[in-house]
Ligand binder design. Structure first.
Ligand SMILES: C[S@@+](CC[C@H](N)C(=O)[O-])C[C@H]1O[C@@H](n2cnc3c(N)ncnc32)[C@H](O)[C@@H]1O
Length: 364
């Protein structure tokens, strides 16, 4: 059976230390092995199998799995591809789990949104993937045009042009199906702000059972990218922000702008809303203080939330600090509370909350 004592995780560039802290807390027996911005490996005390549940999901790990060595020593595409298929561990993965899916991604070198950078598919990863597929042994891979939703994945992380780290994971949930843990999203040309990408990713990850016709309240809605995405999905939005919103929103029949701070809104204005998003440019404590009186009000009935928690200071990312946030939100009656640093988050993370886990959309 394929095993490895090494585990890999992909994260945001700069989030390695937060991820290491999280590992120390959730898997204290693992030791840091290799670390670059956006890509880290750890050594477990003993061999870990692909099906093992020993690799916990982590807030700062976009994707993670067994590390299976690397292809290196040249920047010639064909030679690196040859090394991948010649790897004994990859051959064992194929023998035990074919047909495989292949995820190729480039590690993030800068924070998403900086210098126009967005994580996800790019020309280099597409070219490497095509070359790997073309050279794959017969029967090793799924038809690349029809990616499967279950089974094993061969991970190829392009850490440097001449250094590809190989790995494997099983697809058990949505995020496991996204190469490098990044959903396939592009910012539309008419997007009002990057927050469009964040809410789209949050909705895909969190599996909230929200549909066209639902009403959302968005605290901190200006200039309006997130509300724009919700409106495009056919939802109604009550946007709260003292700042101006883009005319695209102002003119939308399903958008209502309450041009004030959240604390100044009369609670009855929130009555039609069943969902709440909050993205204010302040520390997590301020965000929670703004949201709590709304969701705890007896005339307001919010089923679920997407909160952006800013991390102006990395100490806010310490596991104990994050656990305290989760505990506080659970205290408002939301039993299903999860945290993830989304691929399209900047120095911030996303909290998704539902009244109960049973409410999540079924297909994982
Ligand atoms: C990062 S921006 C929000 C981006 C927005 N979600 C989008 O989709 O474009 C943060 C916003 O939070 C607003 N804000 C800060 N404190 C607030 C409060 N207490 N109530 C409402 N809005 C607030 C600011 O005015 C600012 O427009």
């Amino acid at each position: 059976m394929l095993t490895s004592q090494y585990l890999f995780a992909a994260c945001q560039a700069g989030a390695q230390n937060a991820l290491k802290q999280e590992v120390e807390f959730r898997a204290p027996e693992w030791r840091l092995s290799f670390s670059r911005p956006g890509f880290v490996t750890f050594k477990a005390p003993g061999p870990v199998s692909l099906a093992s549940e020993e690799i916990p999901r982590m807030t700062f790990a976009r994707t993670r799995g067994l590390s299976l060595g690397k292809a290196t020593g040249t920047d010639q595409l064909d030679e690196l591809v040859g090394q991948v298929w010649a790897s004994e561990q990859v051959q064992q993965l194929v023998a035990e789990h074919a047909p495989l899916a292949v995820h190729v991604w480039r590690r993030d070198e800068v924070v998403p949104g900086a210098d126009g950078f967005e994580p996800g598919r790019d020309e280099l990863s597409a070219m490497v993937r095509a070359a790997l597929c073309a050279a794959a042994p017969e029967g090793a891979l799924h038809n690349p045009q029809t990616p499967p939703s279950e089974g094993a994945v061969l991970d190829v992380a392009l850490v440097a042009p001449n250094e590809w780290w190989l790995g494997a994971h099983l697809m058990k949930s949505r995020v496991d199906r996204w190469p490098g843990g990044v959903p396939n999203l592009k910012l539309p040309e008419d997007a009002v702000s990057r927050a469009y990408l964040k809410i789209e990713e949050a909705l895909r990850w969190a599996a909230l059972p929200t549909h066209a016709g639902d009403v959302w309240v968005e605290i901190g809605c200006a200039p309006g990218g997130a509300s724009q995405a919700l409106l495009e999905r056919g939802m109604g939005v009550i946007g709260v922000d003292p700042a101006d919103v883009d005319p695209l929103l102002d003119e939308h029949p399903d958008f209502m702008h309450l041009k004030m701070r959240a604390g100044d809104v009369r609670r009855k204005e929130f009555e039609p809303a069943r969902w709440l998003a909050c993205d204010v440019n302040a520390a997590p404590q301020y965000t929670l203080d703004a949201v709590e009186p709304i969701v705890s009000h007896r005339e307001v009935s919010i089923r679920g939330m997407i909160l952006t928690l800013k991390l102006p200071d990395w100490s806010l990312a310490e596991p104990a600090a994050l656990d305290a946030i989760v505990k506080r939100v659970k205290g408002w009656g939301y039993k299903d509370v999860r945290l993830r640093q989304l691929a399209f988050n900047r120095r911030e993370l996303c909290l998704a909350a539902l009244r109960s886990r049973g409410q999540r959309r079924l297909r994982r």
